[in-house]
Design a protein around this ligand. Structure first.
Ligand code: IMP
Ligand code: MG
Length: 189
């Protein structure tokens, strides 16, 4: 057991994330979405969504913005995970192009659930954008249309993502660690 305070190792720094967000916005604009409705999946995507939406504006798009709060519960095994709606979108999605934004694509259940839901409600097209993708973890078949970064198979925090409700405020993505690597960022507590 160590009593060392938790520290963070930076995985994707602020400038790198901002550059990538603008590249993603340009790629999304090239897909020429019509009557675009952005749906950000709460809570983890809120910071990525806020930056991406502003970058979409700079890329010439005028999306409307909605939120859906989803929660994935995992029982003993990964394959028993299921997704629940904690708060639904309010807008009618019929006939619209939707851009779903989430923080991490891991098993794929969250994104498949949300995409199927919006398609079943009559969306014309559902595009998906995730900040991070963890490869080799997929339990269902889905690829995001726009991926910020491929992420190693470690638990990450920051830039909207949490562990135990902490670290969402960080402007970068990091890994919580208790070891003494030289490039560690001292976690503000
Ligand atoms: P999945 O693709 O349905 O397995 O769910 C991915 C969701 O799990 C993400 O939207 C996150 O909320 C959460 N998640 C997965 N990996 C991490 C992580 O490393 N840090 C924080 N949240 C994570
Ligand atoms: Mg999430």
């Amino acid at each position: 057991m160590t009593n060392a305070p938790p520290r963070l190792r930076v995985l994707f720094d602020e400038a790198t994330i901002q550059r990538r967000v603008h590249e993603l916005a340009d790629a999304i604009a090239k897909a020429e979405p019509k009557d675009l409705l952005v749906v950000a999946v709460l809570k983890g995507s809120f910071m990525f969504a806020a930056d991406l939406i502003r970058a979409l504006h700079r890329a010439g798009l005028s999306p409307q913005v909605e939120f859906i709060h989803l929660s994935s519960y995992r029982a003993a095994t990964v394959s028993s995970g299921r997704v629940e709606i904690l708060r639904d979108v309010e807008s009618d999605v019929r006939g619209r192009d939707v851009l779903l934004i989430d923080d991490i694509l891991e098993s794929g259940r969250t994104l498949v659930f949300a995409k199927d839901l919006l398609m079943a409600r009559g969306a014309r097209r559902v595009l998906t954008a995730v900040l991070l993708e963890k490869p080799g973890k997929r339990a269902v078949t889905i690829d995001a249309d726009f991926v910020g970064f491929v992420c190693p198979d470690v638990f990450v925090v920051g830039y909207g993502m949490d562990v135990g409700h902490s670290y969402r405020q960080l402007p970068f993505v990091g890994v919580v660690t208790t070891d003494d690597e030289p490039d560690l960022f001292e976690a503000a507590s």
